[in-house]
Ligand binder design. Structure first.
Ligand code: FDP
Length: 334
């Protein structure tokens, strides 16, 4: 490959379309990317540097923390807190929002992240990732919780890095979705998957089938019809995939289509949904919609939800347009 486009070049060229842009966003993105490269290095070295296994602690949501959950959270915070581009941050691993200490300048963006998504897969050497969402904030203020609780439709950028056989960054700033592969030899993300589009039709679904007895009727109906295959009302066979790593399931859908469901269920009334809106559902919904797909709770577009908490959970149904449209119709007619 000779005529290659680095992520930095791509972002600077995109920024030139906005003559008033100050360049701060490009710098912020560079800091996020540096953190992700550091995380990629740790994930790749694995047990050689003793980072696998449990940390013996729990996060704010009562989930057992892996050593890498804590390490990756610290990498993200350390790479971002000093830069002067941020007014504040929020992380899956910390209950409260993270403020910028007085001795650092404050900027006009807020970043929310899940530093290591799919971390229960890390010890079995499956793909994991980092998800991030960027919001604009009034400049120079000390942000309150309300400043963070913006609808997903207000995001200025969303992305994720998947640490798989290749390390890849998938990014949107509201002008489509582009994929970049980390060239380990030169330490740069290169544009390898321009303008990613999700096929509208699919015959592949992703859901944790062990929760089947807890689902509501519209999801029961949809999955039942998929499983019936050629003999059922759909008249075609479906295939199932469940990596149980959100980034990996989303990346597959971006590349070859599909539908992903982590629906509402009645297993635990205190926890009717699993995925978190601010740093999982919203950034992925922005990416999926920008790639031509749909993202809903079944009853409501994810990007239209007014969040009520940093760690709020929402049902998530997303992917190929026609299939998600069908699931929405099943909810409307239930
Ligand atoms: P994990 O708990 O390993 O971090 O958001 C959490 C998540 O993984 C997603 O990455 C994944 O899609 C989902 O949970 C897996 O849920 P199940 O354990 O119910 O399969």
């Amino acid at each position: 490959m000779t005529n290659t486009v680095t992520l930095t070049r791509f972002i600077i060229e995109q920024q030139r379309e906005w003559p008033d842009a100050s360049g701060t966003f490009t710098l912020l993105l560079n800091n996020i990317v540096t953190a992700c490269k550091q995380i990629a290095h740790k994930v790749n070295r694995g047990q050689l540097i003793g980072v696998l296994g449990s940390a013996g602690s729990e996060n704010v949501q009562g989930e057992v923390q892996k050593k890498l959950d804590i390490i990756t959270h610290e990498i993200m915070v350390n790479q971002l807190i000093w830069t002067g581009h941020l007014a504040g941050m929020a992380s899956e691993e910390i209950d409260d929002v993270i403020t910028i200490p007085a001795h650092y300048p404050k900027g006009k963006y807020l970043v929310m992240f899940d530093p290591l998504d799919g971390s229960s897969n890390i010890d079995v050497n499956l793909a994991v990732g980092t998800i991030f969402s960027v919001l604009r904030c009034r400049e120079g203020i000390e942000p309150t919780l309300d400043d963070f609780l913006a609808k997903g439709s207000e995001q200025v950028c969303a992305g994720f890095v998947i640490y798989g056989p290749s390390t890849m960054l998938v990014l949107t700033t509201g002008q489509g979705v582009n994929g970049f592969t980390l060239d380990q030899d030169i330490g740069e993300f290169m544009l390898t998957h321009p303008n990613m589009r999700i096929p509208e039709e699919t015959s592949e679904f992703a859901i944790n089938m062990s929760n089947q007895r807890f689902w509501e009727p519209p999801v029961q109906r949809y999955i039942e019809e998929c499983v019936q295959g050629k003999e059922g009302v759909r008249g075609k066979d479906f295939n199932m995939r469940w990596v149980a790593s959100f980034v990996a399931d989303i990346y597959r859908i971006l590349t070859r289509g599909g539908v992903f469901l982590y629906p509402i269920d009645n297993r635990d009334p205190k926890k009717p949904a699993k995925l978190r809106i601010m740093y999982e559902a919203n950034p992925m919904a922005f990416i999926i919609e920008q790639a031509g797909g749909l993202c809903t709770t079944g009853c409501e577009r994810i990007l239209d939800i007014q969040p009520s908490g940093i760690h709020q959970r929402v049902p998530v149904i997303l992917g190929s347009k026609n299939e998600v449209g069908r699931i929405i119709a099943y909810h409307q007619s239930a």
